[in-house]
Design a protein around this ligand. Sequence first.
Ligand code: LLP
Length: 425
Amino acid sequence: MSQFTFQDGALFAESTPLSSIAGQFGTPTYVYSKAALLKNFASYFDACKGRDALICYAMKANSNLAILDLLAREGAGFDIVSGGELLRVLAAGGDPRKVIFSGVGKTSDEIRLALSHDILCFNVESIPELHRINEVAGAMGKTAPVSLRVNPNVDAKTHPYIATGLKANKFGVAFDDALATYRTAGALAHLEVVGIDCHIGSQLLDDAPLLEALDKLIELIDTLADEGIVIHHLDMGGGIGINYGEAGEAEPVPVGEYLGRVFAHIDAWRARKYDGKPIKVAFEPGRSIVGDTGVLLTRVEFLKPGAEKNFCIVDAAMNDLMRPALYQAWMDVQPVAPHAGEKVNYDVVGPVCESGDWLARDRQLAVNPGDLLAIMQAGAYGLTMSSNYNTRGRAAEVMVDGDKVHLIRQRENPADLFALESVIK
Ligand code: LLP
């Protein structure tokens, strides 16, 4: 059940009215539900019970320290893609030994930082990266644990910007080159091969492409075993989608069912080939952990009727929530206090000076200036992808816990935005 519900005709987060949050903290504000977050994490955690498995939350989806802290306390590890994200994990009290470092362009400084904190492993995406990690580890007198991100060439059937497992994508080592790349890794003195991973894309509603990718990884692990290269963990990446509420949208596969199928698959394979000896399994979910735990609360500034389009101008914009502008993503818009009145077809747009600055198109809304709207399912890739375009401070973030509201990120004020700049003397 959603933690964002209408109660007595007004939208609530858990047992807190969104209107009171807007009154206290202003708009635009991201509002998260703690209960929803814990429930989503539990859907992974419970499905992994009794197994050697690790859930490495892909923190690029939402990296607020309060969220990382809550997940770390539930036992989460983290999938990071920068040194900055590692520093966030440490600041939130997360365990670096449960950190997986993904990404195609790790710098030497980032590798050094990660090695100095003994992270679980580097998900390596190319041969030059193997050499760089080997060099940095050697200079530090360390051995770096590595996994190869294999690109299984599977069609994730999602938006092209968020499909990552095809030959045409920049990610991972091509399936056909994987064996040779493992041999290279095995021959480097300061690397220890520990794993294999893949991540084929995001917002997948069906798990068939993921299971197809799993089959390819299994095939590769067997080939490697025949060569004496032992893989200790298999990382399935992230990718399970959420329901954004668009009419006709397919339901995403429930997390428990997907993990059940992965484990059944793996168990059958291990029984067949390795006398049932288990293998550690990792997942890197992002959106399915935080996507439906947050809304973006915004206020209507003006209504602007037009010859072809009517615009509902709100105080949130593409800089706060880029998904519609960047992917033409459909996001649900709900009035916080629905009232009577004629419904009009609106494009919900922000104040930013771009025609691409829209949050929703062609929505039937009965709204007045001053009304509050909630952009639903905005917990993933919302604040983390926001910018300061047009010198707009990033939105505030609050976490609701029942009837309590915690400010977990202050609204940025304009002076903060140019504090690092200077004029030429
Ligand atoms: N692991 C790796 C290596 C990734 O690149 C990603 C996401 C994940 C895990 C988590 O995937 P998820 O479980 O969230 O699908 N900004 C886009 C999504 C970009 C996803 C990038 N990689 C959006 O708003 O739809």
